[in-house]
Design a protein around this ligand. Structure first.
Ligand code: BES
Ligand code: MN
Ligand code: MN
Length: 470
């Protein structure tokens, strides 16, 4: 079949079957595959099986679960692998997505329950709607539509890898890439797990921040102590932790860890110029997205620079001590804080971790012991835009959205993408269809159904073009 006809037939199929696609996605969203919660391990596996079953049904071959759990990492969740390699001489596209989701708490803030997907005002609300089950499902449905249009054939060779640990650092898939990278060999990796810069504005993400996610633990006395009997003589682990944390950043938002900015690579002048042309209204961003009385961050940098190309440090929570109802007069023996840093190109996770450890040791007041533990890390990346795959993506999106594509960086992280770029040496296309107000990781996560359907059309157009050029 000629490529034009193939695309027309596939898009027609996707349009006709669109409602069914959404119903299937809802079934996947009902599975609470929260990867960080050991109690949900069986649900995470159920989501993997759901995806594998569908890949098999649409015509993918060699569909299997690959176990990532090992003696050292008993909690590892399976990878879903699949391939179809019947397009001799054509390029191979590696599809990546993740079927795990973030925890849904605080539950009381959801308008409809997180694992009971609901359609309201053209959006689908559920945990994972956009990050990343909905976007991953677009991939599966684009493939299904192309199989239908091509009588069981695709315009390109395809490998699929879906992971269930993206939201907890992606260690399992990283080990797979190190040991079995050849099974993922492809000409280009395709990822839909990022956002559009604004509604109706087709966007390619050309860089992601890396991160180190750590836990700082402070230990004071041998056990919790009565604060009346010992207060005045015993060190308080929480006060010490607060002092350490307060020393990590100044009041303007600059990180105070010595050397932290040394390796930072500035964006090119051309990139900075291009960002000035993006439709960004800082006041609207402050009121509708952030919702705080003022924005914070490093002086001298724009919001886009601060969130895309500058390292940042955040505290996620400080578990421990007394947090129950009412009062308890106790000097906690132990205090912990979950602290992460986002890294930008040229920064190394190992180096940054060492700098953090050294500085935390210096900040610790007398009377306590401090330990910094790494929970997970990932490298920052920038992707090459000078290749036929990026051109195919921008052409395909132009056709669907009727507008030129903007190139942006992403402030978030997708740990394995760094390995696709560095270990497997693949050009990577980050074609995401989330919107700035989709509430990723927050209550009332949603996905615009218009974007879901247009995303599928864009992916079909991309694959047909890659097949035609190859
Ligand atoms: N899909 C996001 C990452 C993202 C979101 C990139 C928006 C660009 C724009 C991903 O699922 C995510 O949340 N990653 C985590 C990674 C971490 C837990 C290792 C993140 O960025 O916090
Ligand atoms: Mn994601
Ligand atoms: Mn996420």
């Amino acid at each position: 079949m000629r490529t034009g006809q193939e695309q027309t037939a596939a898009t027609a199929f996707a349009r006709e079957q669109g409602e069914r696609f959404v119903e299937e996605l809802k079934a996947l969203l009902r599975i609470p595959s929260v990867s960080t919660d050991p109690a949900r391990a069986a649900e995470v596996r159920r989501a993997a099986e759901f995806c594998a079953d569908e890949l098999r049904r649409i015509g993918m071959g060699h569909v299997r679960l690959w176990e990532t759990a090992t003696a050292e990492r008993p909690g590892g969740h399976p990878l879903v692998l699949a391939e179809w390699t019947g397009a001799a001489g054509k390029p191979t596209v590696l599809f990546y997505g993740h079927y795990d989701v973030q925890p849904a708490e605080p539950l009381e803030e959801w308008v409809s329950p997180p694992f009971e997907p609901e359609q309201r005002n053209g959006n689908l609300y559920a945990r994972g709607a956009v990050d990343d089950k909905g976007q991953m499902w677009m991939h599966v449905k684009a493939l299904e539509s192309l199989f239908a249009a091509g009588s069981g054939r695709l315009p390109v060779n395809v490998r699929v890898v879906l992971e269930g640990e993206e939201e907890v650092g992606g260690e399992g898939i990283a080990a797979f890439v190190r040991e079995h990278g050849d099974e993922l060999a492809a000409d280009v990796a395709l990822v839909s797990d990022t956002e559009m810069f604004a509604p109706e504005l087709p966007t390619l993400c050309v860089g992601l921040r890396g991160m180190i996610y750590t836990e700082i633990e402070v230990r004071g006395g041998r056990t919790d102590l009565h604060s009346g009997i010992y207060g005045g003589a015993a060190p308080n682990a929480f006060v010490a932790l607060a002092q350490i944390i307060a020393g990590l950043k100044d009041r303007d938002g600059r990180i105070l860890i010595p050397g932290i900015y040394d390796a930072v690579e500035a964006p090119t002048g051309a990139e900075l110029e291009a960002w000035k042309a993006l439709p960004f209204d800082e006041e609207l961003y402050r009121t509708t997205e952030v919702g705080s009385p003022e924005l914070t961050g490093e002086p001298g940098f724009s919001v886009l620079e601060r969130t895309w190309v500058r390292p940042t440090l955040d505290v996620h929570g400080m578990p421990g001590g007394f947090t129950g109802a009412g009062a308890k007069t106790v000097i906690p023996a132990k205090a912990t804080a979950k602290v992460s840093l986002r890294l930008v190109p040229r920064m190394s996770p190992a180096e940054t971790f060492a700098q953090l450890q050294d500085y935390v040791a210096k900040l610790a007041p007398k009377g306590v012991e401090v330990e910094v533990r790494m929970i997970h890390s990932g490298d920052p990346i920038v992707v090459d835009t000078e290749n036929p795959y990026v051109r195919a993506a921008t052409e395909a999106m132009h056709e669907v959205w009727g507008k030129g594509t903007v190139f942006v960086r992403g402030g978030g992280s997708i740990p394995i993408v760094g390995d696709f770029v560095r270990v497997l040496g693949m050009p990577t296309v980050l074609m995401g269809f989330g919107l700035p107000d989709d509430n990723l990781h927050a209550p009332n996560e949603k996905f615009s159904l218009a974007n879901f359907h247009r995303g599928i059309q864009s992916l079909i157009g991309f694959l047909v073009r890659v097949g035609a050029h190859g």
